[in-house]
Design a protein around this ligand. Structure first.
Ligand code: CA
Length: 231
């Protein structure tokens, strides 16, 4: 999956970006400081794309872009509240690929990332790596359909889908599933399970436009009927 790292100290914006990009099918991670960026780049594989705020509490986005560019091959999108052309030029000179002002919509940001990935040719097509599988991402609790539409799951939904996928097309018994999604010490019941499944089926259907691969096996339990992978 395409990994996008967001370096932004405004907590609200960072969270919005992470949530939105996860829904778009990227793995998205947010950090708040230049120091954290250095740490991530030292310790981990570089992300495919970095969204970089110009004004960070402990560093300047232009300098950071230049540093990143010297050592790593990843797309850099500069994000700033400033919109003037001097800044824009500075952004490009520092090695940023694209410069965006902060009032850009989330959709614009997604479009920019996709066009950047096409341009840099670094884009590993999700379809290529996952085939026709439904992919459950256990780090970000997202479920990605074979058509690459993605949805964010709640903790309960994640537990449920995870249990179903791990059965690889086999039937999960109702009692086991009810137990899986029950909060500790609460009394589990079948109606709760059915409600969770029905909400989840509706959500998957609406957000992927595909036939929902969760089927009921009457009197026994549920099964996930499509190929799937848990990552
Ligand atoms: Ca800032």
């Amino acid at each position: 999956m395409t990994h996008v790292l967001i370096v932004e100290d405004e907590q609200r914006l960072r969270k919005d970006l992470v949530d939105f990009l996860a829904l778009c099918g990227f793995t998205a991670e947010g950090i708040a400081t230049a120091e954290a960026l250095h740490r991530v780049l030292d310790d981990h594989e570089p992300p495919d794309v970095i969204i970089l705020d110009v004004g960070l509490p402990d560093g300047n986005g232009f300098d950071l872009a230049r540093e990143v560019r010297e050592k790593h091959r990843c797309g850099i999108i500069m994000l700033t509240a400033l919109g003037d052309s001097d800044d824009r030029i500075r952004g490009f000179e520092s090695g940023a690929d694209i410069y965006l002002v902060k009032h850009s919509t989330l959709r614009e940001i997604e479009a920019v990332i996709r066009s950047l990935l096409r341009r840099t040719g670094e884009h590993v097509d999700l379809a290529d790596s996952t085939g026709d599988k439904w992919v459950l991402d256990s780090r970000h609790w997202t479920l990605t359909a074979p058509n690459q539409r993605s949805l964010k799951l709640t903790a309960t939904e994640f537990a449920l889908v995870s249990a179903l996928c791990k059965h690889g097309g086999g039937i999960c018994e109702r009692e086991k599933l009810a137990e899986t999604i029950a909060r500790p010490r609460t009394h589990f019941d079948n109606r709760h399970l059915d409600a969770v499944v029905s909400r989840l089926r509706r959500k998957i259907g609406e957000q992927t436009d595909l036939t929902v691969p969760i089927k009921v096996v009457y009197g026994v339990g549920y099964t996930f009927t499509a190929p799937s992978a848990v990552e």
